[in-house]
Design a protein around this ligand. Structure first.
Ligand SMILES: O=C(O)C1=C[C@@H](OP(=O)(O)O)[C@@H](O)[C@H](O)C1
Ligand SMILES: C=C(OP(=O)(O)O)C(=O)O
Length: 450
């Protein structure tokens, strides 16, 4: 099933060279944060380039439910009239976060130190994902959570009446957990401290500073320590959202494996906490260059140029790089299938608690398409077959997971036989124009029965 409707079976098949420019949508992580911080500022924040994927639209609806005025002006220009830190109203409906872990976890954090309650739910994927990683630290602020067994949604959070500041070591590498604690800390007098052993994406820290919060980041022996001073008045901003490197990954990887391809993917955010895939691809021998490197809205940005790369080699991906490419392992495993030799991915336990168990979903589908995959709790390996030798021909299950659906459709673009996915519906959560964008480059991707 897709998140909000009937399954949409899709198919992709081998095609001629991909060429042209791929204008991918705005960054999903930054889009969620723009809406949430806009809702917590006093006055009107304007946002250009917001990702209009379902995950972000669900966060926009949630911000309205908490009392912010969120307006879509068309042409990807949005505005948010915020209610100020501590000003959230109590929603009178269940907050439906759809398929979005980022949405629900950040919003739980943002409301947990206000004197209100809210009940959160999502689709079958989100309702199966662990929430204790967020509700544990929120309890330290005095918030209470009542959900299903195992800390699952639907779940009600009762915000703290008298929140106290917290010092918290994030036990898993998760920007969502870190961000939930920081957003909770906004409405607490005094300093909230978050320490992460491994650096994860830092968009919340950057954006909090941009909205005028007092936030300090230092590297310590324990890891990256972030100190936020509570109860600031956040100043509304004009935000230009860079394009999403996690979406750029799909046309980039397709160009690398389809013979003769040459694709430009302009304006991609290359924040070092996000760009691990591109480093990895280059180590594998990909013809991938950064052009016109610049800074936009406080984030490093470049145009990516990806060309067919016939001599890709399997590599061992350094585990320390995992956080900076965590959402890109599924599509990396597709490129690894077209490389010579083995690609080894370790330190990736977190892949098992995304929209699906991504190691299991990719391993099952790749094996069905003739690729050798081995896996354990926090690692997996893919033994590539080299160009021209990937069999394809199987139908893969997307498990309500956009990245799994898109990855298998990329696999089919250079395989001997077409690859099908049972449901491409979830693609709309993060990359609603995926099908037309890939078709415009020359890919043969379509609704299977269309
Ligand atoms: O903070 C964010 O915007 C995100 C953090 C990551 O999740 P985790 O925090 O669970 O690693 C990532 O997988 C997700 O797509 C977006
Ligand atoms: C893991 C992802 O998203 P989320 O956790 O927000 O559902 C993703 O987009 O790959």
């Amino acid at each position: 099933m897709s998140s909000h409707g009937d399954p949409i079976p899709m198919i992709s098949r081998a095609c001629g060279p991909l060429s042209g420019t791929a204008d991918v949508p705005g960054d999903k992580s930054i889009s969620h944060r723009s809406l949430i911080l806009g809702a917590l500022a006093v006055g009107e924040t304007t946002i250009e380039g917001l990702l209009e994927g379902q995950d972000v639209l669900d966060t926009a609806a949630a911000m309205r439910a908490f009392g912010a005025e969120v307006t879509d002006h068309g042409g990807k220009s949005w505005s948010v009239r915020g209610v100020g830190v501590g000003g959230f109203a109590e929603p009178d409906q269940v907050i439906d976060c759809g398929n979005s872990g980022t949405g629900v976890r950040l919003i739980m954090g943002a409301m947990a130190t206000a004197p209100i309650s809210a009940t959160f739910s999502g689709d079958a994927s989100l309702n199966g994902r662990p929430m204790a990683r967020v509700t544990d630290p929120l309890a330290l602020f005095g918030a209470q959570a009542v959900g299903r067994a195992g800390g699952r949604l639907p779940m009600t959070i009762v915000g703290s009446q008298m929140p106290v500041p917290v010092r918290y070591h994030v036990p898993v590498p998760s920007a969502q957990v870190k961000s939930a604690v920081l957003l909770a800390g906004l409405n607490v007098p005094g300093k909230t401290v978050v320490i992460e052993a491994e650096a994860t994406r830092d968009h919340t820290e950057r954006m909090l500073a941009g909205f005028g919060a007092e936030i300090a980041v230092e590297d310590t022996e324990e890891g990256r320590q972030i100190t936020l001073t509570g109860q600031p008045e956040l100043v509304p901003q004009h935000i230009v959202v860079p394009r999403d490197p996690s979406s750029a990954a799909f046309p980039v990887c397709a160009a690398l494996i389809v013979p003769g391809s040459d694709v430009l993917v302009p304006g991609i955010g290359l924040n070092p906490t996000r760009a691990g895939l591109f480093t990895t691809l280059r180590e594998m021998g990909a013809d991938l260059t950064y052009e016109n490197t610049r800074e936009e809205g406080g984030e490093p940005v470049a145009d990516l140029r990806a060309r067919f790369s016939p001599d890709l080699k399997g590599i061992e991906v350094p585990p320390a790089r995992a956080a900076s490419m965590i959402d890109e392992y599924p599509v990396l495993s597709v490129v690894a299938s077209y490389a010579q030799g083995q690609t080894v991915m370790r330190g990736v336990r977190e892949l098992r608690v995304k929209e699906s168990d991504r190691i299991d979903a990719m391993a099952t589908g790749l094996r069905a398409n003739g690729i050798k995959v081995e896996d354990g709790e926090d690692w997996w390996t893919v033994t590539g077959r080299g160009h021209g030798n990937v069999q394809g021909g199987a139908t893969c299950q997307s498990h309500l997971d956009h990245r799994i659906a898109m990855s298998f459709l990329i696999l089919g673009m250079a395989a001997q036989s077409p690859v099908r996915v049972d449901d491409g519906g979830p693609i709309a959560t993060s990359f609603p124009i995926f099908e037309t964008l890939m078709a415009d480059l020359g890919a043969q991707v379509s609704r299977a029965n269309g």
